[in-house]
Each structure stands twice: as structure tokens, then as C-alpha cells.
Write a protein that binds this ligand. Structure first.
Ligand SMILES: Nc1ncnc2c1ncn2[C@@H]1O[C@H](COP(=O)(O)OP(=O)(O)OP(=O)(O)O)[C@@H](O)[C@H]1O
Ligand SMILES: [Mg+2]
Length: 252
């Protein structure tokens, strides 16, 4: 495990119009580890996740103060958003493959970044699908539509699509909430394999999932990060009464 900080969030506040959605967030996300965001619905987990690759830029009236740094560079002032999104990929709650072939889904990102060689694209597609643990299931139907895959397969395809542009960070917003237990455990195993190469931030409502796969956990409540520590510590010796109430199910 390294102690390098990949993403550094400093005194960050986020507003949707007049609504103050995130309050004074300070968080240092370590490189090549898995960080989990947990907390009740509406507490700001997806909002913070999306602000790590500026997905909130698309939301009208959204204003952010403070700083988010990727390897020490301010992502809001110093960085081209296309470069940022190449470095910080995202996988959403609902699998969202493009209505095109499995191959073209994975080749889409590399093509937009100018890769034209068929041999090179073949190589990237195979490697990404292998890394996402779905190659064997799809290698004989790469030209078939991605929409004909199961939900769990579609989610692993979306992970392959994110990996194809070789991001440094992978953001995952409840990536298993729509999946059965077998597909869920495949994605969990995958996340644990990928963390050797990537920094992963995952939102989950499943506290067992957070304890199974994450190194660090942040507990959110009403737009605040109440507690951020090693996952083992947060679940065994929470410092804050509110964290304790939540993880023991005594919440609300
Ligand atoms: N585009 C938006 N415009 C206005 N308010 C928003 C927008 N997106 C989210 N919010 C509000 O910000 C707060 C945080 O929402 P967010 O989606 O980050 O919560 P969450 O913790 O991910 O919840 P869940 O677990 O239900 O996904 C909520 O009160 C939500 O209504
Ligand atoms: Mg959410």
C-alpha cells in the first residue's frame, strides 16, 4: 500500500442554486486503494463523486468553492475537462452501454482519442474486456449489440469501456445495486484486482460491501463527511456517535 494522495479535496462546498449540498469537505483519497462512500439517501455521496470528474459542470446553477486536486493539480482551474475525464473515469449505477456492438462500446473512447489502427484497437478491446473479467463471455460475439447482454455483463462492459482509455482513477456510483449476488461478487472481485493499478472510489449502500472491498470509508450525513478513516476502524471503533448509530442500524 502506498501513502500517496491521488485526490485531495480541500474546504470544498457545493451549491445547487440556493441549496447547500456539500459542506466544508476535506478529504485525501489515497492512490491505488479503494475508498467507499456510505451514508443515507440524499446525503451527497453521488454529488461528491461526480465533482471528482466535473460531471456537475453539466448541472445548471451548480457552484463549487474550495479545491479538488488530482496529483496536486486543481481540476477546476488548471485542467482541460476532456483530459480530466480521460484520467478519471466513471461507472454509473445503471449500466449504460451505448446502442452499438460490444467491440465498438470499448473502442469508442480510444477512437475519440485518435487511435485508428485496427490492430491497436483490437488489442485495447481485448485487454480492457479481460481486465473487466468479461472477455471469455463475449469474445465470440464482439460484433453483437451490447444491449443483448445481461445486466451484470453490461455493467462489466461499462467498466471495460471506462478502462479502455487507461484512466488513473475509477469512480463507481453504486455499480452493483441493480445486480444479483453472483454478478455483484464478480464486480467486487474485479474492484479488488483493479486496485493494484487504479485508484477506486465507490459509492455503496451496502455496508458489507464496503467492509469487504474498501481500504478507507467516508460516512456522509446531510452533506457533511462525518467521519473518514480506515474501513476497519470506521466499522469497529467509530469515533462519532452518528457513525455508530448508522452502522449499527440505529439510525433515524
Ligand atoms: N441536479 C441537482 N439539482 C438540485 N439538487 C440536487 C441535484 N442533484 C442532487 N441534488 C440534491 O443534493 C442532495 C444530495 O444528492 P445526492 O444525489 O448526492 O445524494 P446521494 O447521497 O447520492 O443519495 P442516494 O443514496 O439516494 O443516491 C439531495 O438533497 C439531492 O436532492
Ligand atoms: Mg447517489
Amino acid at each position: 500500500m502506498s501513502d500517496n494522495i491521488k485526490l485531495s479535496i480541500e474546504d470544498m462546498n457545493l451549491f445547487y442554486g440556493n441549496f447547500h449540498a456539500l459542506h466544508d469537505i476535506n478529504m485525501h483519497i489515497p492512490e491505488k486503494e479503494i475508498t467507499a462512500f456510505i451514508g443515507p439517501s440524499g446525503c451527497g455521496k453521488s454529488t461528491l463523486l461526480k465533482s471528482l470528474n466535473r460531471m456537475n459542470d453539466l448541472v445548471e446553477g451548480c457552484k463549487i468553492t474550495g479545491k479538488v486536486e488530482l496529483d496536486g493539480e486543481d481540476i477546476y482551474s488548471d485542467m482541460d475537462v476532456n483530459i480530466l475525464r480521460k484520467r478519471v473515469g466513471m461507472v454509473f449505477q445503471k449500466p449504460n452501454p451505448f446502442p452499438m456492438s460490444i467491440y465498438d462500446n470499448v473502442a469508442y473512447g480510444p477512437r475519440t482519442h485518435g487511435i485508428r489502427s485496427k490492430a491497436k484497437l483490437d488489442e485495447i478491446v481485448e485487454k480492457s474486456l479481460r481486465d473487466a473479467a468479461i472477455w471469455d463471455e463475449v469474445k465470440d460475439r464482439l460484433k453483437k449489440s451490447a444491449l443483448g447482454m445481461s445486466g451484470g455483463q453490461q455493467q462489466r462492459l461499462c467498466i471495460a469501456r471506462a478502462l479502455a482509455v487507461e484512466p488513473e482513477v475509477l469512480l463507481m456510483d453504486e455499480p452493483t445495486s441493480a445486480l444479483d449476488p453472483i454478478s455483484t461478487s464478480k464486480i467486487e472481485e474485479l474492484a479488488m484486482e483493479l486496485k493494484g493499478k487504479y485508484t477506486i472510489v465507490i459509492v455503496t449502500h451496502n455496508m458489507q460491501q464496503a467492509t469487504r472491498i474498501s481500504d478507507k470509508t467516508a460516512f456522509f450525513l446531510l452533506g457533511e463527511v462525518v467521519e473518514f478513516s480506515d474501513t476497519d476502524t470506521l466499522f469497529s471503533m467509530p469515533k462519532d456517535k452518528r457513525t455508530e448509530d448508522y452502522i449499527t442500524g440505529r439510525f433515524g
